[in-house]
Each structure stands twice: as C-alpha cells, then as structure tokens.
Design a protein around this ligand. Structure first.
Ligand SMILES: Cc1cc2nc3c(=O)[nH]c(=O)nc-3n(C[C@H](O)[C@H](O)[C@H](O)COP(=O)(O)OP(=O)(O)OC[C@H]3O[C@@H](n4cnc5c(N)ncnc54)[C@H](O)[C@@H]3O)c2cc1C
Length: 363
C-alpha cells in the first residue's frame, strides 16, 4: 500500500490526511506541537463564511458551512452582516441552489444606543468552535486509521533527481531523530502553514508563501453597558475590520497584516490604538469597551493570495496544501473531496493544467 506522510496538524494537514487515506494511502501525520490546531488553526477569529468572489473557494465554503450546520456544537450560525467589496454578496439572492440561510438580504443592525451598521446579512454564517472542529477532524482521522505523531519536527527531506527518498524527524520527547524511507509510490504532503515555504526550501522549491501577522483583541463592556443581544458577526471590508461575539466579550481585529517570520507572534502596541480608532469612527457603541487581552496570529499568503494545492513541478512525490490565508477554517471540510481527487489522479503534469491552485503557476 502506498504511504502518505503529512507535515502539519492544522486544518490543512488534517483535511489532507483524511483525503490521502480516502485516496488509498496509508497515512502518517506529524507535527512539532503537542496537539492539533496549536498554531494558526487554533488562534484565528473562527468565522465560518460562505461567500467569496472566487468560484472555487466560494463553492468549498458553502459546502463546509452546509456540512457544519448539521453539527451545532461546531458551528453557531449567528449570521454575518457584511459591507462587502466583492460583488457576489449583493446579487440579490438569485442563486436558487442555495438554502435560504445562505442567501444574502439587506439588513441594518441597531445597537442599544441607537447607532447602526448596515450591509448584506447571511443567516447561516457564524462562529466555529475551534476546539470542537479540531476534535471532529482528529476523531475522523483516528477512525480512518491515520497514524499521528506529536512533538515530531520535520528536520530534513532527502531527494534524488526528481523523487523524495527519505524524511528525518526529531522527537522532542526522546530527543532522537527518526527516519522514514520514502518509496517512489509514496507521497509527502506539505501542510506546514506559516512554515510551508521553509519545508519547500528543503527540496529546493522556491514558492514564496509569506506569513502575515494580524492582531485580535478581546473587548469587555463597561459595567454601565450590556453586550448587544444576538449580535451577528460584523464585517466591514471597506475599512478592513470585523468583530464578533465571544461569550462575555467581543472579539475584534483592525484587519492589519504585516509580513513576518513564521512563529513571530510579537504584538505591535500601535495596533491597540488602531483598533480603538476604528471603533470610535465606525462603531461608536464599542468605543468605551476595555481591551482585556489580545494575541496575534499568522495568515500565510502566496503572491496571488490563492492557496497552493497540488504536486510540485520538480519533486514529483511532493504535494503542497498551503497558503490558505484567511480562509482555512471556513473551507476545512469542503476541500477534502478536491484533495482526494488530485491525490488519486497522481503527479502527472497534464492533471495540473486543470488544477486552479496548481504550484506550476509560480514556475
Ligand atoms: C487573525 C486571523 C484570523 C483568521 N480568521 C479566520 C476566519 O475567521 N475564518 C477562516 O476561515 N480562517 C481564518 N483565518 C485563517 C485560518 O486560520 C488559516 O487559513 C488556517 O488555520 C491555516 O491552517 P494551516 O493548517 O495551513 O496552518 P497551521 O494551523 O499553522 O498548521 C501548520 C502546522 O504545521 C506544523 N509544522 C510546521 N513546520 C513543521 C515542521 N518542520 N515539523 C513539524 N510540524 C511543523 C505547525 O506546528 C502547525 O501546527 C484567520 C487567520 C488569522 C491569523
């Protein structure tokens, strides 16, 4: 039986592992962290969105949301109220294939102080419980018989001519290296998130996939104010900010993005002021909420801001699933059949011609 070795136990690696197992590979998944979703997949804003101008991403997002609607412990469909730059939010609901909850309608949300926010409202969109999603994907992997290795860091990949033939891992618990021979029928999947370019460079592949830091703030209401009831996710693409309910708090971002190194989570204090300025200017109801905590998270982009999914042009048994930018959580379940199909077809150049996310576009 051919084997698939997958690096990265974020949403991209778990989805790719499920796809590989379904495509007939005995699958091994490893991560340098001690648990799933330790990096970007566990630190993001966790909004499940169904619409994008991109026809492929949009299709996968809708599929993911539709599937997740059956799992209320994972997706809480509080709705998304968006002032969108993309036209497909405001087409008036003409697409009859969509369930009512995914069809946008104009809506104005009025805050308790009388101020309001207007845009397109999508009922079925909402907030994803990241722990529950990680648990769900991990459970699926375990049921499928995928072998998981925690605290195993990929150190090197060896290749001869156009084929990988060995990978070397470092186990943090035993402090020893472990090596796996890779045969010509086996594949390696790069789902290393912010480190994907680094892993690509191990085989001499120079795909620019660059992490961008974004700040997230938790805001607490003053004692005199209550949280607005049944608040949807509010997103303003014109001014690049969004916020959403998070228990007793509001989770908000000024929409910043600064290129940085993988694993760089250092906060920029100026972003607090940017956040407060945005609230004062555009959502005054939240202007006197207190920032109680914050963190940063890395969105990783390719040059054209679309993911790289498919076989490497040079090393034929090296498969990419990276560069998911700000979409990975919303697309997690929808992309599995696409990955499975690519893996089944195998590393033939003619297959990559039909693949909209092929790595070949950068060569
Ligand atoms: C602020 C912010 C908000 C976001 N909001 C949303 C949102 O609302 N909705 C949405 O859909 N998406 C959102 N995203 C995007 C989403 O989080 C990402 O697209 C997704 O999590 C990327 O997953 P990944 O598996 O590629 O990366 P990760 O989750 O980072 O997984 C990569 C894994 O690879 C492992 N790894 C790397 N190198 C090695 C190595 N050498 N050896 C072993 N292991 C290795 C890492 O430990 C890591 O666990 C947001 C992102 C950010 C930063």
């Amino acid at each position: 039986m051919p084997r698939a070795y997958v690096v990265g136990c974020g949403v991209a690696g778990l989805s790719a592992s499920l796809a590989a197992q379904k495509a007939g590979f005995e699958t091994f998944l490893f991560d340098m962290a001690h648990e799933a979703f330790y990096h970007t997949s566990g630190r993001n804003a966790a909004i499940g969105r169904s619409y994008e101008a991109d026809p492929f991403l949009g299709k996968w997002q809708k599929e993911t949301i539709k599937t997740l609607l059956a799992f209320p412990h994972i997706l809480k469909p509080c709705g998304l109220l968006i002032r969108a730059l993309e036209k497909d939010y405001s087409y008036g609901g003409a697409n009859h294939e969509l369930p009512d909850g995914l069809v946008p309608r104009s809506f104005s949300y009025v805050f308790p102080d009388g101020s309001s926010f207007s845009g397109e409202f999508l009922a079925a969109n909402g907030i994803i419980d990241l722990r529950a999603l990680a648990g769900f994907l991990l459970n699926q992997c375990q049921l499928a018989g995928i072998k998981l290795f925690w605290e195993h860091e990929l150190l090197t990949l060896h290749y001869k001519a156009t084929l990988l033939d060995e990978l070397v891992l470092f186990s943090k618990s035993t402090k020893k290296t472990k090596s796996f021979g890779i045969r010509s029928q086996d594949i390696f999947i790069n789902a290393a998130g912010a480190w994907a370019a680094h892993v690509g460079a191990m085989v001499g592949s120079q795909v620019a996939i660059i992490p961008h830091k974004r700040h997230l703030f938790y805001l607490k209401p003053p004692e005199s104010k209550a949280l607005p009831r049944e608040l949807p996710v509010i997103w303003d693409e014109h001014h690049d900010f969004y916020l959403r309910p998070a228990g007793e708090y509001i989770l908000a971002t000024p929409g910043d993005q600064t290129a940085c190194a993988p694993g760089d989570y250092v906060e920029n204090p100026n972003m607090r002021y940017k956040m407060l300025h945005i609230l004062q200017t555009h959502l005054p109801y939240f202007a006197d909420f207190e920032i109680v905590t914050s963190h940063t998270c890395l969105r990783t982009f390719t040059r054209d801001h679309r993911p790289v999914v498919g076989f490497d042009p040079k090393i034929t048994n090296f498969f990419w699933n990276a560069g998911w930018g700000g979409h990975g959580i919303s697309l997690s379940l929808g992309i599995i059949p696409f990955l499975e199909d690519l893996l089944k077809k195998g590393p033939r150049k003619e297959n990559e011609v039909e693949n909209p996310f092929t790595v070949f576009r950068f060569f």
